[in-house]
Design a protein around this ligand. Structure first.
Ligand SMILES: Cc1cc2nc3c(=O)[nH]c(=O)nc-3n(C[C@H](O)[C@H](O)[C@H](O)COP(=O)(O)OP(=O)(O)OC[C@H]3O[C@@H](n4cnc5c(N)ncnc54)[C@H](O)[C@@H]3O)c2cc1C
Length: 522
């Protein structure tokens, strides 16, 4: 029969065990000799803390072996290794006009990656700055409260995810996910993200990875135009003909194009307004609002592992909590950053929004996450497709004012928030009442699920309002186009939430552009 690649699950090690003991464990399960295993590779590592503090590391492993009859071993989760290859597309001809990508976030970046490898020489327009200058602009905002509305935590090379925890977890099941992790790993994110059940990069490493990917795309004929905002879209006879751009100094130019991948992210509100004025079809989409909460990381480690010392071996613990309120409104934690910090993430004058960030070592003293309540479209207060954006803007302005008008974030402690006492006023007044009430109802239940989560001194910082986009730009399910040649994609278009799903959506759009180029007579 020859050598076969198998995939075996639930190989358990204790945190002190070395990974090189894995073949021995496989042999014991299958009655093999270690010499029977020709090669092996970890494909998944997860933590099982159900019997804490007796915490286990659980592995899924691919191994090659010539022995027969392994698949029908009772009680062993084993299969042949599935084919998870992602096949990169190729342009059979040079496109008459270079495809244009609006936005260099994960969606735009991976669309450019696929198109560049296909030989399409994509043109990436990014209103913000290249990485080195962007980092300076963001640090200036954090240190001096000086906001650059085109180069900040939301806008610039790498998009919104750059100043983040760089968590690569996702709920989507898609063959592109493995490819995305491989591309990140090859660009400097390291091997561990390929098998960790909680893959994360950390902002320090992510910044380097984004630049490495840009350089790879440029080496393949792609071009990045920074400080270049797509200010208008040219549509004639129901098809895209090009885009108009505006530089930082206000210079405008028209770039002819037959294919435009629109990956503006969830914070590009002037772009959304421009598209609405152009009657590009869009609809309201539910989203969430709330606060960022912060605890000592040791409290979370103790609650999750049963022994905070285990964090040394397993890394800082994370959590994911949710509760359904009596009125049906959901409250849940989101984008948890172990060993991270709360950051101000504004992109508009006079608006204050927060988010979370951590470095690759997740070595910070605190753990934070967004604590959000559902915002239904019925809460929007009008039928305008952009009504959700107006709601975000309203409360971000309130948070700005309640924080003192200098981009400081209003904050309080849970003990004041739950009593609606004056100390919590600036935070409470930065949120819709139904959000405050939902959080107050949910917190004790969440504390019941994770010991210490509702500690009276839990810090609460306002406002978290950009966990996802409140708008969806409509597109054809099959062609992924809105008007002919326009591909609304990623988080801003309402088709993704998070780095990996945005990247996967960008790849899908690029695949459609390649097949359009290959089938066109131009
Ligand atoms: C602080 C923070 C932390 C986060 N942490 C995580 C995390 O750990 N894990 C995770 O999965 N997700 C995280 N997210 C969410 C994640 O960043 C987004 O889901 C993801 O970046 C969406 O990708 P995107 O490419 O669709 O849009 P974006 O990343 O928002 O990129 C859009 C880009 O388009 C540019 N642009 C917009 N309009 C125009 C225009 N008209 N012309 C030219 N350029 C334009 C913008 O400047 C921006 O750079 C975080 C977000 C923030 C803000």
């Amino acid at each position: 029969m020859g050598a076969v690649s198998y995939r075996i699950r639930e190989i358990k090690l204790s945190p002190d065990d070395e990974k090189k003991r894995i073949p021995e464990k496989i042999c014991r399960k299958l009655g093999l000799e270690e010499s029977d295993i020709l090669e092996w590779k970890i494909v998944r590592e997860s933590i099982d803390a159900r019997r804490k503090p007796d915490v286990k590391l659980v592995y899924t492993v691919d191994f090659v072996c010539e022995k027969e009859g392994l698949l029908d071993r009772k009680g062993v989760k084993i299969s042949e290794t599935p084919d998870e290859t992602y096949v990169m597309g190729k342009c059979e001809r040079k496109p008459a006009r270079r495809p244009v990508i609006v936005g260099s976030g994960p969606c735009g970046m991976f669309a450019a990656y696929v198109l560049a490898h296909a030989g399409a020489e994509p043109l990436v327009l990014e209103q913000g700055a290249p990485m080195d200058r962007r980092v300076k602009d963001v640090e200036k905002f954090w240190k001096e409260g000086v906001l650059d509305t085109r180069s900040n935590v939301q806008f610039g090379e790498g998009g919104a995810g750059t100043f983040s925890d760089g968590k690569l977890t996702t709920g989507i099941k898609d063959v592109r996910v493995k490819k995305i992790l491989e591309v990140f790993a090859a660009a400097g994110a390291g091997e561990k993200i390929l098998y960790s059940s909680r893959p994360h990069i950390g902002t320090d490493v992510l910044r380097r990875v984004v630049v490495a990917l840009r350089e790879e795309i440029e080496a393949l004929g792609g071009t990045y135009m920074f400080d270049t905002k797509m200010s208008d879209i040219i549509v004639e006879d129901g098809a895209v003909r090009g885009v108009e751009t505006e530089s930082r100094d206000g210079d405008r130019q028209v770039i002819p194009a037959d294919h435009v991948i629109l990956a503006p992210g969830h914070s590009s509100r002037d772009t959304l307004r421009m598209l609405a004025e152009k009657h590009i079809p869009m609809e309201q989409k539910p989203f969430s609002m709330g606060v960022r909460v912060q605890h000592l990381q040791s409290v979370i480690d103790r609650a999750q592992y049963g022994d905070e010392e285990l964090a040394e071996k397993l890394g800082p613990a994370d959590y994911k909590l949710n509760h359904r309120c009596e009125d049906g409104r959901g409250v849940y934690t989101f984008c948890m950053c172990p060993g991270g910090e709360i950051v101000r993430a504004s992109s508009e004058e006079g608006g204050l929004v927060v988010n979370g960030m951590s470095y690759s070592d997740r070595g910070g003293k605190y753990a934070n996450s967004a604590l959000l309540a559902d915002i239904k479209t019925s809460d929007f207060g009008s039928d305008d497709p952009l009504a959700g954006v107006f709601l975000q803007e309203k409360y971000e302005r309130l948070a700005f004012e309640n924080g003192g008008g200098d981009y400081s974030a209003p904050e309080t402690l849970w003990k004041y928030f739950k009593e609606k006492s004056p100390e919590a006023g600036p935070v409470r007044d930065s949120l819709p009442g139904y959000v405050t009430d939902a959080i107050i109802e949910a917190m004790p239940h969440l504390g019941g699920k994770l010991k210490g989560f509702d500690d009276p001194d839990t810090l609460m910082v306002a406002i978290e309002s950009r966990s996802s986009s409140p708008v969806r730009i409509l597109r054809d399910r099959e062609s992924l186009q809105s008007v002919k040649g326009l591909y609304p994609s990623g988080e801003g278009a309402g088709y993704a939430g998070g780095i990996v799903s945005a990247a996967a959506d960008g790849m899908k759009a690029a695949e459609k552009v390649i097949s359009s180029i290959n089938s066109s007579d131009k």
